[in-house]
Structures are given as C-alpha cells and as structure tokens.
Design a protein around this ligand. Structure first.
Ligand code: UDP
Length: 422
C-alpha cells in the first residue's frame, strides 16, 4: 500500500526516554517500524496524548513520521491506569484532527496497547477505517506469570482487551506464543492474527570496536565480570532475581567479590516508584550493595557500549511479549540469559546465543551465570551465535510484514464492498 496510516499510542509518547515510566520497548517498536514504513512509501502519523502545554501540536521526528499531540484531560498527574476515563476526550481530540484532513486520508488505524485499542475501536466505527491492533502485553498473560507480591492486572483491562480482539480487523502478535495466547485466552479468530517479529537497529547495535574499547570508554576494569540488566525497574522485569542470584554466587564463591559487578540500568515505572529504593535496600540487607550499580535510564546512542562492555546481559522477566533488550545485546555480541517465557523464547536461541532459564529461583540463575562467567571460550561461541541470531531481526522486515497485514485488511474491505455491490 501507499499513503498514510494513523498510529495510536496514547499513554506514552515516542518522544519519551525509554527505560522508565511508561516508556519502553513499545515506544521503540512504534518509532522504528514507522521510520521503515515511511521509507517504503507509507507515511505514519503517531497520535499521542499531550502531557505538556508547551509541546508543539505536530512534531516531525523523521521523514514521513509525525507525532500529533492530542489534548485530552489534564496535562500532568493522569496515570496510565486512569487514562481509560479519557477515551471520550481522546476520541474527540483525534476526530477534530481527522475532520481537517481530506476524506479517506488514512487507509488504516493501527493501535498499540489496549487503551489505544479502545480508542481505535471507537474511531474505526466512526470513520470506517479498518483497525489493526497490537497488544504488546496482555492482562491475562501477565496475571498467569506474576512476580511474588506484584499486583494483578484488573479484570477491566482484560475485558477491554477482549472487546478489541472482537472488533479489530486484524491483530498483530510479536511471536507465535503471543498469537496462541490471543486465541486461547481471548478467543481471537486465528485467521485474523498475524505474527510480525520486532526488530533491532542493526546499524546502531553492533560489536563496534569490541568489549575492551567499550570498557575503556565507560571506565570499567578490563578484568571485571560484568552482568547487566537494562529496563524498567519493576517487579515484573525481575531485577530482584539478579540481586538475589548475585548474593547466592558470592555466598558460594566469595573470591568472586572483588571483580563481580551487576549493573542495573533503568528507572522506576508506573505504580512502582519505590521499587529502585526497595531493591537497593534488599542489596544492602543481603550484603551485596557494593557490587550492584544502579544507573539512570540511558540514551539509545550510549546503550551499545554498555551492552558491549558486559560479559552477560540478563533478562529475568516474568512475562515478555518479546524483549528488545535481549536482541539489542545480542546484536552487540553479548550473550543473553533470559527466562524461558513468552517472546524471550524467540528472542534468545537457547544454547546458541545465550541461555534460557526456567523460573526465577535465584539459585538456578546464580548457577547459570556463574557457569558462563567461568567459561570464556563458551561465551565467545555464544557471542558469535548472538550476532548471527540478532542479524535475523531487522526493522525493515517488521515494517514490510506490517504493511502486508495492512494490505490484507484493505483487500478484505474491498471484498466486502464487492459483495455489497453484487
Ligand atoms: N531502553 C533505553 N534506555 C534505558 C533502558 C531501556 O533506551 O535506559 C530501551 C531499550 O533499549 C529497549 C527498550 O527500552 O529498546 C525496552 O524494551 P523491552 O522490549 O526490553 O522491554 P519493555 O520496555 O517493552 O518491557
């Protein structure tokens, strides 16, 4: 297809720094695939809610990719959980813009995350523009895989997701496993579910000048043993597993202490504002605070050096629709240890580019981490495997396959029009 599409991502902006608050993999996904779709001739307008009165209404972030800020509700102080109360105002705000555009300007609406899916459903009914939806995460999947002490997602979210599944023309899942969950937990029709793998920016995330050079730049000792976590600091992402695993490792092998470092990069998210402090308290309680280094969220252009400088990147999430961090680290030549759940089973090739661990027992994680740290030859082999594995995922292919879904949706529209004419 050619022309314009409207992307709806209202609870977080493409302009936000990923890795804290509500901004993460989905923000990267939306922007990177939009850039590639625009390069293929389909311009993308990303609609998001304005959280600052001084933001311009329209911001072009790349050729053919524009962010449009909608005024709906208060600029500040509205949490993601409260945002469903503003669906009416958001619909109004988007419709006001649509009304200034030529008829049939947008060929497709593509919503991301369930709140935008609800908005997309209303807009699609009003405008007859077909709706494609990507969940990114789902309440029922999250609730089946909860971290201890974490709060379950409310039933209202699961109901909202079910309604979108029923009303979208097509659903895009990151992996076969997510597609299966849409069918089994949300009763999606398998014919309407498409699997489109996310990607990694293979120009930015590279081995560069290698580990030694990256360590020099970041002032990390050449002989340090560095394990890195990158992502929002929330129970669901499992950073606590790593803090406890390190404590297990040091209890078992105290001689590791002078060289071992766990770097935790990212900020607090959502209701868990106190989570970083809680983790620091836990590290102190376990007597490992001096080996754990908390870093604020890092700009994307600085992340590759952190991945390169690490011996291992760990992704101990409780569920993950994909896990972009795992791909980014591998593209930089760093093996990844991840939980064997959801999309991480596709993002990491077990035994080839890293290791998949069942569950979240810190002793199991400690054993896998310690074994790999003690075996540099194996890490080199996994590093080669990581680069090869990541090279299979580019955003061009994500964009191309997404455009195929749009074409499918549009061709179905034409079919039903022909039926009506007959
Ligand atoms: N990220 C970042 N800076 C940080 C931490 C994370 O730019 O300090 C980015 C990271 O590179 C990745 C995204 O945030 O692209 C996190 O995506 P992922 O799929 O791993 O997790 P999600 O946020 O979707 O749960």
């Amino acid at each position: 297809m050619r022309g314009h599409i409207a992307t709806l991502m209202v609870h977080t902006s493409p302009l936000d720094q990923a890795g804290s608050g509500d901004a993460g993999g989905m923000n990267i996904y939306v922007v990177e695939s939009a850039i590639k779709m625009a390069a293929a001739g389909v311009d993308v307008d990303i609609y998001t809610r304005s959280t600052d009165p001084y933001l311009p209404k329209i911001v072009e972030i790349a050729p053919g990719v524009t962010v449009r800020h909608i005024e709906a509700g208060p600029f500040k102080g509205l949490s993601k959980e409260e945002l469903p109360s503003q669906i009416g105002a958001l619909t109004h705000g988007v419709m006001e813009i649509f009304n200034t555009l030529p008829k049939n300007f947008y060929k497709v609406l593509h919503s991301h995350y369930w709140i935008s899916g609800q908005l997309g459903w209303m807009l699609s009914e009003r405008t007859n523009i077909p709706l494609v939806h990507t969940m990114h995460t789902m309440a029922r999947v999250k609730n089946l895989n909860m971290a201890e002490g974490d709060n379950p997602e409310p039933a209202t979210r699961a109901i909202g997701e079910e309604q979108i599944v029923k009303n979208a023309a097509a659903l895009i899942a990151n992996t076969d496993s997510e597609a299966a969950s849409l069918v089994s937990l949300y009763d999606a029709c398998p014919d309407n579910v498409f699997v489109v793998a996310p990607g990694v920016d293979l120009q930015r995330f590279t081995v560069g000048k290698g580990k030694a050079e990256a360590r020099k730049k970041l002032n990390i000792a050449a002989d340090a043993q560095v394990i890195t976590f990158v992502g929002r600091i929330q129970p669901h992402k499992g950073p606590e597993v790593l803090v406890r695993a390190l404590s297990e490792m040091l209890a078992h092998s105290p001689q590791l202490r002078p060289k071992l470092a766990l770097v935790i990069i990212g900020g607090a998210s959502g209701a868990g504002a106190a989570e970083p402090e809680r983790l620091k308290g836990l590290a102190k309680f376990l007597g490992v605070e001096e080996v754990i280094h908390f870093m604020p969220p890092i700009e994307r252009n600085e992340l590759p050096d952190w991945y390169r400088a690490s011996d291992l990147v760990c992704v101990p999430s409780y569920s993950e629709s994909f896990g972009l961090v795992a791909l980014e680290a591998q593209a930089c030549g760093t093996p990844v240890i991840a939980t064997a759940v959801g999309g991480l089973r596709s993002a990491v090739a077990d035994g080839i580019s890293g290791s998949l661990v069942d569950g979240h027992d810190p002793r199991a994680w400690a054993a896998v981490i310690a074994r790999l740290l003690a075996d540099p030859a194996r890490r080199v082999a996994l590093s080669f495997g990581a680069i090869t594995h990541a090279s299979n995922f580019g955003w061009e292919s994500t964009a191309r396959r997404t455009l195929d879904v749009y074409d499918w949706v549009l061709s179905r529209g034409e079919e039903s029009a022909i039926k009506l004419v007959k």
